[in-house]
Design a protein around this ligand. Structure first.
Ligand code: DON
Length: 318
């Protein structure tokens, strides 16, 4: 874009400036209508393609919102980042590295070929195979796993999150591909417990409802070394944030992760309902919602707004 790129500094430029730039990022992109709303999960096709919310939450808790920041949508793949952090906190760096991996597949998020090419290894926790394997690592039976995930994601958001039952049922009725992926991992001895139970918990975690504002708070918690800057609660350890952000930088935008890092220079994660979270370590979380997606499954306006904010606020890590 045509915005001057500031160099990264130790803090954001100041409250008034941030507020105005968030509004500017939203205004510049509200008219962009490239991309298409996902429909492989049938209910997602009913989303309003015009909805667009953008939020920034700083590590001191200050908040800057523009547009539809209170519209609820399913978190989808963005849940993978936070479940991964919770699993790292619970199981440690080495176990999660060995079981799930950290390398980009270079292939689509639901690729079966990626699993085959890696002799059954899921490769990373942000593609569906690795996310299902990560959820399967959570200790306990299905109810305990679910409680651990919903409690943990709620602590990241700073409020109790709830499942959209219609989204859950729509995906559960049509997720043959994820069930096949879980069975394939099972055949390679790469998934703990019953693979279809893991898919069910994973499908529920993807149906948790969030807003763009929630995503900014969740991102700000990772930016703040694991302390939610709004509630003051420690959710995960600083080392877990570091691990999670490294994995997001390498894999958070799937096969487009390199391009995202080149243009925006921040760890981030997308979901097919149209959410994006981006994290500026030590500074802020960015949350965006707009359901029109590019071919890799990443929100078009969300990416553009994040790119604008990265440049205008000097957030690019490199
Ligand atoms: O498993 C799935 O396909 C969805 N529940 C989540 C996929 C997703 O969000 C991919 N993201 N951009």
């Amino acid at each position: 874009g045509d915005v001057a790129q500031r160099a990264s500094t130790g803090s954001l430029p100041g409250w008034d400036d941030v507020e105005a730039l968030v509004v500017e990022a939203w205004q510049r992109n509200r008219g962009v209508d490239d991309g298409v709303v996902a429909d492989y999960i049938p209910i997602l096709a009913e989303a309003d393609p015009a909805a667009f919310g953008l939020a920034v939450v700083e590590v001191d808790g200050s908040t800057h919102d523009a547009g539809d920041v209170d519209v609820a949508f399913s978190i989808q793949s963005i849940s993978k980042a936070f479940v991964y952090a919770l699993a790292c906190e619970e199981l440690g760096h080495e176990v999660v590295l060995e079981r799930v991996g950290v390398d980009n597949t270079g292939l689509a998020f639901n690729s079966v070929m990626a699993i085959e090419l890696a002799a059954g290894h899921p490769r990373n926790p942000m593609v569906n195979a690795g996310a299902i394997a990560t959820t399967a690592l959570v200790p306990g039976d299905v109810d305990e796993q679910w409680r651990f995930i919903v409690d943990g994601l709620s602590r990241f958001a700073g409020r109790p999150l709830e499942v959209d039952q219609v989204v859950y049922e729509s995906e559960a009725a049509t997720n043959q591909r994820n069930r096949a992926i879980a069975r394939l991992l099972e055949s390679y001895g790469r998934i703990a417990g019953d693979p279809l139970d893991a898919v069910d918990v994973y499908t529920r975690q993807c149906a948790l409802l969030v807003t763009a504002h929630d995503l900014a708070v969740m991102g700000a918690t990772l930016a703040d070394g694991g302390v939610n800057p709004v509630t003051g609660e420690r959710v995960v350890a600083p080392e877990v944030c570091r691990d999670t952000l490294a994995v997001l930088a390498a894999t958070g935008m799937y096969e487009r992760s390199g391009e995202w890092l080149f243009e925006i220079g921040l760890p981030g994660k997308s979901g097919v309902a149209g959410g994006i979270v981006a994290i500026s370590p030590g500074k802020a979380g960015i949350g965006a919602y707009s359901p029109r997606l590019d071919p890799a499954g990443n929100s078009v306006r969300g990416q553009r707004a994040a790119a604008y904010l990265s440049r205008a606020l000097g957030l690019n890590l490199f």
